[in-house]
Design a protein around this ligand. Structure first.
Ligand code: DGY
Length: 304
């Protein structure tokens, strides 16, 4: 990377990332102090304290994720530090896994509870003829709808901070208030970013509004759910089942009640974990970092 000073820039990569991205970067170092750029993960908190530790050379923070709730974007903007993220390229992988989680597995096979074939055992709603509610109708939410449509979904409802008629028209999806979506949906799929508005959005009051056999799927961030309320809703039969790729905290402690429930499946935040997707994320994150070091606009820059 050529810089005006001619000096070789120093970057901090917080974890081993796919080689495709690492090869694009010129240097690594052990501490953020004095670096020009940081390539971070969703598990790294980038706040004022970290930015202070990095110091005034820092030009760019590039996260290997589409979510950037771990970054204090305002603090970065205040210091003229650009923020890059990886939207778009992981949409398909995340939507694919989200669709799979609509049929939560159970522990009966492992526990030895799988007895003779029983007509009414472990039945849940099917997609054919169902109403699917998508909360957060962005790239991933829309793609989940697209993937599910061929399964015979009767109607799609979506909720977001504003109506999205263009995206909705392809699916024939209807905008619904959050409460209406909860009340009518057989499957409630959370695809929204974690923000101040969505933190703890799925709480006891939300679960009470859902159908008793509804399936709740979350592949966005654990923080949009009040996890204790979810556990209660699953234990009491307030809702039918849940499929989660994200929890609070991560990793989820192995003694979490979520892991004892037959009507819940928990995956370890792997929705984007295909070789192709992670390599593309690494390349985009590296290119965001390199553009920031050059003082250029980032290929995918978070607007502050
Ligand atoms: C993201 O990108 O924000 C996902 O959580 C991990 O791919």
């Amino acid at each position: 990377v050529s810089m005006s000073s001619g000096a070789r820039p120093r970057v901090f990569i917080s974890r081993r990332i796919p080689e495709e991205g690492r090869a694009l970067l010129a240097a690594t170092c052990d501490s953020v102090a004095g670096v020009d750029g940081i390539l971070c993960l969703l598990t790294d908190t980038i706040n004022g304290e970290l930015l202070d530790a990095a110091g005034p050379n820092l030009k760019v923070v590039s996260t290997l994720s589409v979510g950037y709730d771990h970054i204090d974007v305002k603090e970065c903007a205040r210091r003229n530090v650009k923020v890059g993220y990886t939207p778009g390229i992981l949409t398909a992988a995340v939507a694919e896994l989200t669709s799979v989680l609509l049929s939560p597995g159970i522990r009966a096979v492992e526990n030895g509870e799988w007895g003779t074939w029983k007509p009414m055992w472990l039945c849940g709603p099917g997609l054919d003829g169902a109403t699917v509610g998508i909360v957060g109708f962005g790239r991933i939410g829309v793609t989940v709808g697209r993937y599910l449509k061929p399964f015979g979904v009767a109607s799609f409802l979506y909720h977001d901070s504003f109506q999205k008629p263009v995206e909705a028209s392809e699916l024939g999806a209807e905008y619904a208030s959050f409460d209406e979506l909860l009340a009518k949906s057989d499957f409630v799929v959370a695809c929204c970013a974690l923000t101040d508005e969505t933190r703890n959005l799925f709480n006891a009051s939300a679960f009470k509004k859902m159908k008793n056999n509804a399936v709740f799927v979350n592949t966005s961030r654990g923080g949009i759910v009040n996890q204790n309320d979810l556990i209660t809703a699953l234990q009491s039969g307030q809702i039918g089942a849940a499929g989660l790729d994200v929890t609070t905290p991560e990793p989820l402690p192995t003694d979490s009640p979520l892991l004892k429930l037959d009507n819940c499946i928990v995956l370890p935040h792997i929705a984007s974990a295909t070789h192709k997707t992670r390599a593309a994320m690494a390349v985009l994150a590296a290119n965001n970092l390199l553009a920031g070091l050059r003082g250029d606009r980032l290929p995918q820059e978070v607007e502050s």
